[in-house]
Design a binder for this molecule. Structure first.
Ligand SMILES: [Zn+2]
Ligand SMILES: [Zn+2]
Length: 321
């Protein structure tokens, strides 16, 4: 089968064997999304080599437990060992021996077929089309913020970064947060996808915004973004770090010490919560798709996704037709 494969820092289409039946349930890919993390992996983040991809919706090929072949599913990407304290407490996402779909120790979803443990699979209701379901994984990552920190109804929020995750976070907060929300970015053309949101260019952050926000979500993945977050968060406020990036640069955290800022790292969330959110709201996540390529043009799709300022690039298979 065809897969989009990472060798060192080279990304190319490669023929690989189909997963063997009889092991973990097999899933035929329908639609997959290329994410910032994939681009970071290709720069060396995690030292991963193999089939890329972790955002997908597919068709289950094997009947397993309560799930029958033919169902559409999304999947939790972290696979715990099942034996450690983290796994026993339901936090497989933090299992030290975990494998992660397309990120660590497990082939990803940019292929005709993939496999995941049965307990990782979440059925997709008919009311959610593939173009929305494919956002379940990044949406779960945004909803994770509400599990980790207390967001009070009138908190003033800022989201830094108008990349794919920043825009998705802005959409979610526009929908469910009553207090003021500001998106800070540098691609005004992208702000059209969230017309209800107040947006500002990074260069326009003046002194009037210093120490004004109860919570700042850093989704730009840059040191400049973090410096900005420290500047605009109020004393005793919270900064939520959402980006995983390959490079590291020195950063002065003294201002956060002085201002007693809480800094929270935030990664993946729960897929069932994301699917329920998509089912119960009309969150227009599909607006974030810029282009969809067939899997056999995955190299072109990859090049497109690498261009600065690109929204979500998707890969589809005949299965989705
Ligand atoms: Zn991702
Ligand atoms: Zn474990």
């Amino acid at each position: 089968m065809k897969s989009l494969f990472l060798h060192g820092k080279q990304v190319r289409i490669e023929e690989i064997p189909l997963p063997t039946p009889g092991g973990e349930p097999r899933i035929a890919l329908r639609l997959a999304g290329i994410c910032r993390t994939d681009l970071e992996l290709a720069k060396g983040y995690m030292g991963y080599d193999g089939t890329l991809g972790h955002e997908f919706v597919g068709t289950l090929l094997d009947t397993t437990g309560a799930l029958s072949a033919g169902m559409r599913v999304v999947g939790e990407i972290n696979c715990g060992c099942g034996n450690c304290n983290w796994c026993h407490s339901g936090l497989e996402r933090h299992c030290p021996n975990r494998t992660v779909l397309g990120i660590s120790g497990r082939p990803g979803c940019f292929a005709e077929q993939l496999t995941l443990p049965e307990k990782n699979l979440v059925p997709v209701p008919d009311s959610i089309p593939d173009e929305r379901a494919v956002f379940a994984e990044p949406l779960a990552a945004v909803l994770e913020i509400f599990e980790q920190v207390l967001v009070r109804p009138m908190d003033s929020m800022a989201i830094i970064g108008d990349g794919k995750l920043g825009l998705l976070a802005a959409m979610v907060f526009a929908q469910r947060h009553t207090g003021p929300v500001l998106l800070i970015g540098h691609h005004p053309s992208k702000w059209k996808s969230i017309p209800e949101m107040r947006c500002l260019h990074e260069n326009e952050i003046g002194n009037d915004l210093v120490a004004q926000f109860d919570m700042v979500i850093e989704a730009s993945g840059t040191v400049a973004g973090l410096v900005c977050a420290q500047r605009i968060v109020r004393p005793r406020g919270t900064i939520v770090l959402k980006s995983t990036v390959e490079r590291s640069e020195p950063l002065n955290l003294a201002v956060s010490v002085v201002n007693e800022v809480t800094i929270v790292g935030s990664r993946c969330g729960r897929l069932p919560a994301a699917i329920r959110f998509l089912e119960r709201t009309d969150l227009p996540v599909e607006r974030l798709i810029e282009a969809t390529y067939p899997l056999d043009q995955a190299e072109e799709a990859w090049k497109h996704a690498c261009r600065a300022g690109t929204l979500k690039i998707c890969l589809k298979t005949k299965e989705s037709a």
